[in-house]
Design a protein around this ligand. Structure first.
Ligand code: ATR
Length: 272
């Protein structure tokens, strides 16, 4: 079997968990493939992308800061990526590059695996943040049949722009605690609460006890938001699963196998 190459382009990429995830599945499914990291600084994009193209990759993931820039190097962008406005996965077919986005799949698949029937959580959703991750969550939730979606973000103009584009409502960041009243699902897509970042200041007093709380942050695995939510009895969902399931979909797009997301994979990813 010829040696298959996939990988990740971004800047920085050294911290990425994706080589571990894909490496685990290559071994598990006996695929002779290698997942390489390509650290490409924004000023070198064009020549570096040409170099990547010459290597004949089966496909690759794309992360910050290239998720939008990459589009101009692609022959086609699928509807998932168009709706989110960003590409996180590229598939090579007959020398042509097709851009896709597996983040919405990753988000909603993990959410459904953890909560089971999503219907009780979809009527009134509050999303914290308005970046790429918020757009992926928004697309996934709308496709899943979410009712009323409210967005709140530090930079209110971004919340308003996203709300306008998707028929949602924007509320000022300062009013986020009052916006928790009546919510059925709370989704944090900001980096607040991540190791090394500022904490997320959010008192959950107004949040109904049956509302589910999702946090995209996975380092630490149990964030202060999830701990606070668990303590008052709200169902909680952590962010690691989105990482694993977006990779599952990319792996399928490259290799035609839907690899299993199991406890052993999780251990592999969390190992020091
Ligand atoms: P991603 O693509 O992962 O969503 P991003 O586009 O950089 O990353 O978005 C990060 C989100 O975290 C944004 O909603 C950002 O708010 P701004 O639009 O105001 O930048 C939010 N965020 C980051 N640091 C924050 C902070 N200290 N307080 C409040 N929100 C913050």
């Amino acid at each position: 079997m010829s040696h298959i190459i996939t990988g990740l382009i971004g800047h920085p990429v050294a911290h990425s968990k994706s080589p571990r995830i894909h490496g685990y599945w290559h071994r598990r499914y006996g695929i002779a493939a290698e997942y390489r990291l390509f650290d490409i600084a924004p000023e070198n994009v064009a020549p570096e992308i040409a170099r990547v193209k010459s290597l004949g990759l089966r496909g690759f993931n794309v992360t910050v800061p290239h998720k939008i820039t990459i589009m101009k190097f692609l022959e086609e962008v699928d509807t998932a990526a168009q709706k989110i406005g960003a590409v996180n996965t590229v598939i090579a077919r007959d020398g042509q590059w097709l851009g896709s986005n597996t983040d919405a799949y990753g988000f909603i698949t993990h959410l459904a695996h953890t909560l089971g029937n999503l219907a009780p959580y979809l009527p009134r959703v509050l999303i914290l943040g308005a970046g790429g991750a918020a757009r992926a969550a928004m697309v996934a939730l709308m496709e899943a049949g979410a009712g009323e979606i409210t967005i709140t973000n530090r930079t209110h103009a971004s919340a308003e722009a996203l709300a306008r584009a998707s028929g949602a409502r924007a509320v000022p960041w300062e009013k986020r605690e009052a916006a928790l009243a009546g919510i059925t699902l709370l989704v944090n897509t900001t980096s607040l609460g991540m190791q090394g970042k500022e904490p997320l200041a959010l008192d959950l007093q107004q949040l109904p006890p049956e509302a589910a709380v999702y946090d995209i942050v996975y380092a630490p695995l149990e964030t202060a938001l999830l701990r606070q939510a668990s303590a008052r009895g709200n169902p909680v969902v952590g962010g690691l699963g989105m990482l694993l399931y977006q990779a599952q979909r990319a792996f399928f797009l490259w290799h035609g196998i839907t690899p299993e997301v199991d406890a052993a994979l999780q251990q592999e990813v969390l190992a020091p």
